[in-house]
Design a protein around this ligand. Structure first.
Ligand code: AMP
Length: 431
């Protein structure tokens, strides 16, 4: 099946072919006709499925069909995303696909100066991609008008809820016209997502393209048991002895990410850290250096890594297992994408055995163990507690994706980690 049969205009088809896409992905095949008809949509799709083009292409088509009606440019489509990186990526797709259409787009997110965003908005924008926190900053400064929005997209809605954005989302919804098209994309369908979609969507079409744990079936996984204090040494050994050139490494905390990147550099391995406390410029630079091969290792926290579009990543390493088992699935989904072979390794110390059991329960299978010679765990070492950060409510006004709320607030209970562990939302993930 080709894109030509989906009812897209010549300008869009040209932009799509310039991206090098010959065939629509399953989500695109299903979502494009539904969105073109103007109905609401509830779609279960993860990053990597092609969901962005799935909603962007028909959205652009609908906007361009009625483009002549308006004298002045106003925001007619609003795409909300949980993270700055995802906002930037979606905005890039919008800009690419709308190349041959008379439509303007802009992206706004926190962590960067608001003034250029105000300027862009003043010049007139048809499609706005935004993270909720910074969007509300613009609302309170009256630099944005959302009263003419025709299409609303919530991208990675489950993540937005995880990050405590529900109140911000509801505030935004209150500013939109009642009559509009709503598209909700989520990797998972929790009760919270169902509640949100019940209130938001009007007789939505339902599309689900990938089962939740598909990555776990596609990716070769292994656990390397190792002592807590020797993880870094083992990681450097694996990178060196296996000659890995591009490795994404996950840590639980921002502090841990920084520390590990510094230590790897000391071992002569180029590394950069990416997390919510880094300036937007530093995050963009780290990602670009990683993609170009200038940096071999990108150390990331879960939320920073969410939505990163890095193709064909051969190796993902869990330097620490995540607090939340679902995050393991998201992490290993960074490798083995689009049919490529991938490998996900977890360095697991005695403190993390419960985390590992929870992950295996979710996967419904055991991950093979492989002890690396010279790194055998010392049986005399006892488990130490890991602070899960569970049971903490998100703080008032928490907008996890923004620079202003991402300062570390408390330690993780381990004396050696002074500034460790930002737990600014319920599930204890680091932003
Ligand atoms: P997404 O799930 O939207 O983040 O897209 C994941 C990746 O798939 C991106 O790198 C897209 O550029 C790519 N992609 C999207 N649609 C297609 C397509 N029809 N054929 C090939 N690649 C695609």
């Amino acid at each position: 099946m080709s894109f030509n049969t989906l009812g897209l205009s010549a300008g869009l088809l040209r932009a799509v072919s310039e991206q090098g896409y010959s065939e629509p992905t399953p989500i695109q095949k299903q979502a494009i006709p539904v969105v073109l008809k103007g109905g609401d949509l509830l779609a279960g799709a993860q990053t990597g499925t092609g969901k962005t083009a799935g909603f962007t292409l028909p959205m652009l088509q609908r906007l361009s069909e009625s483009n002549g009606d308006k004298k002045q440019r106003v925001v007619r489509a609003l795409v909300l995303t949980p993270t700055r990186e995802l906002a930037a990526q979606v905005a890039e797709s919008v800009s690419n696909y709308s190349r041959y259409l008379p439509l303007n787009s802009a992206v706004i997110f926190g962590g960067v100066s608001i003034n250029p965003q105000i300027k862009a908005l003043r010049q007139g924008v048809d499609i706005l991609v935004a993270t909720p926190g910074r969007l509300l900053d613009h609302v309170s400064q009256k630099t944005i008008d959302l009263s003419q929005v025709e299409i609303l997209v919530l991208d990675e809605a489950d993540r937005m809820l995880d990050m405590g954005f529900i109140r911000d989302i509801r505030k935004v919804l209150a500013l939109l016209p009642r009559q509009r098209q709503n598209l909700l994309f989520s990797a998972t369908f929790s009760d919270e997502i169902k509640r949100l979609s019940d209130g938001l969507l009007n007789e939505p079409a339902l599309i689900e393209v990938a089962r939740r744990n598909t990555a776990s079936e596609r990716v070769a996984q292994v656990v390397h048991p190792v002592d807590r204090a020797r993880k870094r040494e083992l990681l450097s050994f694996l990178i060196g002895s296996e000659n890995w050139q591009q490795v994404l490494v996950f840590t639980r905390t921002k502090h841990g990410a920084n520390r590990l990147a510094t230590q790897l550099e000391k071992d002569g391995i180029t590394a950069a850290a990416i997390h919510g406390n880094k300036s937007q410029g530093a995050r963009t630079r780290a990602l670009a250096d990683f993609k170009s091969g200038k940096v071999r290792v990108l150390v990331a926290t879960d939320i920073a890594a969410r939505g990163l579009d890095i193709d064909q990543l051969p190796h993902v390493v869990n330097f620490e297992l995540p607090n939340v088992p679902e995050d393991y699935v998201h992490r290993i989904g960074r490798t083995g994408r689009a049919g490529n072979e991938g490998e996900a390794l977890s360095l697991v110390c005695i403190d993390e055995h419960k985390h590992l059991r929870d992950i295996e329960k979710l996967l419904k299978r055991e991950i093979p163990r492989k002890v690396i010679e010279g790194f055998e765990p010392d049986p005399r070492i006892k488990a130490e507690p890991i602070n899960q950060g569970r049971g903490r409510k998100p703080s008032n006004g928490n907008r996890g994706g923004r620079g202003s709320s991402s300062k570390p607030r408390q330690g993780n209970g381990r004396p050696q980690h002074k500034a460790n562990g930002n737990r600014n939302h319920r599930s204890g993930r680091a932003a």
